[in-house]
Design a protein around this ligand. Structure first.
Ligand code: SAH
Length: 264
């Protein structure tokens, strides 16, 4: 760590550090998360913390899987929080490693509340979230001056496993030029229908980015009324992030530039 001119805080035994692992490419791990991986005695990781990121951990660090498998309700969440408390009380330096950013649709807030209740000291290390980094990796600018001044992030399913209640679909459909949806694949046909019923154009462009930033990254570009069947037909697998709105069309233009640039 001597060659990196940053003062890293000491990772004290008995602490939990909750860090974002980014979307998958280990190059997108922050220096703070990397430092945490080098120091931790135990890494409690999610399904979406990629193996390549986990490989950055100290060779002798214990690794505990605490993921939740896609689409299911998560009865084990209290168990995960309890385990973090238990490890910290045993005097370990505990790294809770979550995909993307720990506070974006990842229950990081709930885990922190449990740590507060148990009086376990903790620190939070932000990460590159899939809904931002994943779009950039696919060549889609999240904002663009001519198309959108706002962005909305949503989750495609709630803790119940269903499409979240209480969404004002009409407001979302007409009020946000760009909508980025996490965990959208399972309920994509319902989500697309509700947006169209809410006033969104059926031909609004949609990008589905699977395994963003990873070697298996795939990008499917389609339109709102056909996106669910297009995903099924393509055999695209989660994790995938869905982007809806005019910025999706910019990808073609940026791709052209990239190809022209790479020819020289
Ligand atoms: N905390 C995470 C999100 C957890 S929710 C973050 O900030 O990114 C899990 C969802 O994130 C997945 O269902 C998918 O929609 C998205 N996701 C995470 N990693 C991804 C990746 N590499 N490619 C595409 N989507 C990803």
């Amino acid at each position: 760590m001597k060659d990196i001119p940053i003062e890293f805080p000491a990772f004290e035994p008995g602490w939990v550090w909750l860090a974002g692992a980014g979307p998958g490419d280990p190059g997108l791990v922050t220096l703070h998360a990397w430092h945490a991986l080098r120091q931790a005695d135990v890494v409690v990781y999610d399904a979406l913390a990629s193996p390549a990121v986990l490989d950055l951990a100290r060779a002798d660090a214990a690794r505990e899987f605490a993921g939740k498998r896609g689409g299911k309700p998560s009865p084990r969440q209290p168990d995960i929080s309890r385990r973090l408390v238990e490890l910290a009380r045993a005097g370990k330096r505990v790294l809770r490693l979550k995909g993307g950013d720990p506070f974006v649709f990842g229950r990081g807030g709930e885990e922190c509340l449990a740590l507060v209740e148990a009086a376990v000291p903790f620190r939070i290390i932000p990460g590159v979230t899939a809904g931002i980094g994943g779009l950039a990796a696919a060549g889609i600018p999240l904002t663009f001056r001519d198309t959108n001044h706002t962005v909305t992030f949503m989750t495609g399913h709630a803790a119940s496993g269903e499409v979240p209640d209480g969404i004002d679909w009409a407001a979302l459909a007409t009020g946000s030029p760009v909508i980025v949806i996490y965990m959208a694949i399972k309920h994509l046909s319902v989500i697309a229908r509700k947006l169209i019923e809410g006033g969104r154009a059926a031909d609004d462009p949609v990008a589905v980015i699977s395994s963003a930033t990873l070697p298996g990254q795939q990008v499917l570009v389609t339109r709102l009324d056909r996106c669910a069947e297009a995903v099924t037909a393509s055999g695209l697998e989660p994790p995938a992030i869905v982007a809806i709105g005019p910025v999706v069309n910019l990808r073609r233009r940026l791709d052209g530039w990239r190809e022209a640039g790479s020819g020289s």
